[in-house]
Design a protein around this ligand. Structure first.
Ligand SMILES: Nc1ncnc2c1ncn2[C@@H]1O[C@H](COP(=O)(O)OP(=O)(O)OP(=O)(O)O)[C@@H](O)[C@H]1O
Ligand SMILES: *[C@@H]1O[C@H](CO)[C@@H](O)[C@H](O)[C@H]1NC(C)=O
Ligand SMILES: *[C@@H]1O[C@H](CO)[C@@H](O)[C@H](O)[C@H]1NC(C)=O
Ligand SMILES: *[C@@H]1O[C@H](CO)[C@@H](O)[C@H](O)[C@H]1NC(C)=O
Ligand SMILES: [Mg+2]
Length: 331
């Protein structure tokens, strides 16, 4: 489709060139003017804009992605589908959607954020309406948090003024200065408008390892009791997470009033991944690379990883995180 439009564009330009030679200066000016306008229209056609052509929620897309691409996260999968589809289906939300994803390293938090973005924005993570802030990268020096604070507030305000369907992902939220977290609080709240800007259609996603140890403890209790991991329910974890994160004086994270003001709509726990999930990750990565799934290699890769606790060897220490590079090594 894109190529055919480009051809059209070239034809118009060439036609314009011919008329330049054939006609007097006035006609030429008109021809160039028309050509330029047309060119601009065509370029605008390809430029991402804040409308339904570029931003359209694909419910079946998200559902199948969560089902087929995300492994071992039955709780996260369910909450996210419900939360995002409810929010995107609501023409007039009262506040922005705020999700806080928690869990051990390599369990799929960034991966899920990407799946959400891909099923809302045509351009996925490359969309100019999706913004990722990584604490250690964008806000590395705690002493400069006042500077970061005004910068971040300007960014959020500027971007949402541009497009109310903006998405903000805060990675390594637990390493973010509490003052900085406090500074985004107003945007998450139930305000009709702040300074004439409405934030109610935006999505905020926080990623952190905070509360990960509590989630692991619960998963391990189930494992040791011989119970199926799929029996773990949100209620086994949700208050546990918000409490442990809230009371953790090490992570600056939720020391703020994000929690007691109920600004986070959903706390989403990510369970530690087991051997079987690592195998699935390896097979899935082969598929992405266009290779035939090779079970032998997948098991080799999975066996190569380190599992904890030492005695039970229940969960992968790095989740599925190093699978890609391990695959390079084996193939
Ligand atoms: N549950 C999962 N299902 C499928 N693939 C997964 C899963 N978890 C991780 N992966 C794979 O591993 C890679 C790394 O995971 P991801 O970056 O999402 O981890 P994370 O939870 O953000 O970890 P960290 O806390 O260290 O940032 C992903 O790109 C994805 O390919
Ligand atoms: C939504 O996602 C499904 C499954 O990935 C896909 O087949 C379909 O084409 C998508 N719809 C739109 C409008 O992009
Ligand atoms: C939007 O956010 C980005 C950071 O992701 C920032 O660089 C940019 O200046 C912001 N845009 C506006 C208009 O504030
Ligand atoms: C954090 O809390 C623990 C107990 O919950 C306490 O022992 C420790 O001194 C506290 N640390 C700081 C820096 O406040
Ligand atoms: Mg991550």
């Amino acid at each position: 489709m894109k190529t055919s439009h480009l051809y059209l564009f070239l034809h118009v330009l060439l036609a314009g060139g011919v008329s330049v030679r054939a006609f007097d200066p006035v006609t030429t000016t008109v021809a160039i003017g028309v050509g330029a306008t047309l060119g601009r229209m065509i370029l605008n056609y390809f430029r991402e804009s804040c409308d339904s052509k570029w931003i359209a929620f694909n419910l079946t897309g998200l559902e199948t992605d969560l089902e087929n691409k995300l492994f071992g996260q039955h709780i996260a999968s369910r909450i996210i589908l419900k939360a995002v589809s409810g929010f995107m289906g609501n023409e007039n939300p009262k506040k922005p959607l705020v999700l806080s994803l928690h869990g051990w390293t390599g369990t799929g938090k960034n991966f899920v954020s990407k799946l959400i973005a891909e099923n809302i924005y045509k351009e996925g993570m490359d969309s100019s309406f999706v913004h990722v802030f990584t604490s250690t990268l964008h806000f590395p020096h705690p002493s400069q948090y006042l500077t970061y604070k005004s910068q971040l507030q300007q960014w959020i305000k500027g971007n949402v003024s541009n497009c109310e369907r903006s998405m903000f992902i805060f990675d390594e939220m637990d390493k973010m200065h509490p003052g900085l977290i406090d500074s985004i609080k107003p945007y998450l709240d139930y305000y009709d408008k702040l300074d004439g800007v409405s934030y109610r259609k935006s999505i905020f996603i926080f990623l952190s390892n905070a509360g990960g140890d509590r989630i692991i403890q619960t998963a391990l209790d189930f494992w040791n009791a011989g119970r199926n991991r799929n029996e773990i329910e949100l209620k086994d974890l949700e208050t546990l997470i918000s409490l442990s994160v809230f009371n953790d004086n090490q992570s600056g994270f939720f020391h703020t009033s994000l929690i007691d003001k109920n600004l986070v709509d959903f706390f989403v726990p990510f369970l530690p991944l087991e051997y079987q999930h690592v195998v699935q990750c390896a097979l899935s990565e082969m598929k992405v690379r266009g290779h035939e799934p090779d079970f032998e290699v997948a098991h080799k890769v999975a066996k190569d990883l380190v599992y904890f606790p030492k005695s039970e060897r229940a969960f992968s220490v790095k989740g599925c995180k190093t699978i890609e590079s391990k695959l390079d090594y084996y193939t």
